[in-house]
Design a protein around this ligand. Sequence first.
Ligand SMILES: CC(C)(COP(=O)(O)OP(=O)(O)OC[C@H]1O[C@@H](n2cnc3c(N)ncnc32)[C@H](O)[C@@H]1OP(=O)(O)O)[C@@H](O)C(=O)NCCC(=O)NCCS
Length: 266
Amino acid sequence: MAAVARDESSKTTRVLGVILVKVDQASATVLSLAVAPEYRRKGVAGALLDRALGLARAQGVERACLSFVSRMPQVAALKALLRSAGWSEPTPRTLFAETAPQQVLQQAWAQRVLDRGPRNATAFDWSDLTPEDRAYVEAEIAGGHYPQDVSPFWDEGNIAPVSLGLRAADGCVVGWLACHFVPQTPGTLRFSRSFCHAASAFSGNGAWIMATGLDRHVNSGLHQSHPTVLFDVDCRNRVMMNVYRRRIEPYIDTSYQSFLVVKDLC
Ligand SMILES: CC(C)(COP(=O)(O)OP(=O)(O)OC[C@H]1O[C@@H](n2cnc3c(N)ncnc32)[C@H](O)[C@@H]1OP(=O)(O)O)[C@@H](O)C(=O)NCCC(=O)NCCS
């Protein structure tokens, strides 16, 4: 669904702003909202939001959401707009951080965990995932035992061959690092979806899987054409955030975060 704000007072109609909203049953996602710079602070965005969300509500939509990243130039304006329009406070969702992979890989912790190996699990190349493994992970996600947001089955068309999984002694998949090519950023390999089972038997595997992904990246034929790694950590994944803060953050060149805001329409 889209709405456009126009100024029809002059001879030529001018577009002042647009909003694009995706409606999916009971929820609506604001995909884009922009107002021409010369028409800002005149209530245009507020009116566009009211219009689009009013239409969505009439279709039975109960909840609206919008995500944005902290490095957007107009982030302060957007936050102020959403606050004034009664949206929730922004919740951190994903942390993005870029650097040269060898900058992290050369750290003592990375070498230590690589020497030690994974705990109570063995690694496998993600291309060796069996249909049974896939069914197991999908069932764990559907049952709420593994988080949906770090599903390794996201964007499978762009998956990079450095991706790997971890298997416990009973054969179950207990971790993964899914890496992706980023078509918009050709020299970058994105460490997009990582997960390690939180049971104490597997503690330390979050650090191991990161270090192993970096090692595979640096020692693969892809490193020359893709010299940058983009880490992508779900802010709600406590294990991976701890790994990131302690082990990776000090060696990062640039970082930014995505946030989610929501509004109940009922
Ligand atoms: C964010 C954006 C859409 C706001 O559009 P806008 O038409 O200027 O917003 P409105 O005039 O409807 O603002 C409504 C309220 O939001 C707040 N607000 C908006 N812009 C603000 C700013 N720059 N500083 C502080 N408060 C601001 C104010 O409370 C304002 O009410 P007020 O003017 O009576 O004080 C606009 O700045 C924009 O297009 N930015 C670039 C694109 C973008 O960032 N889009 C969001 C990605 S989805």
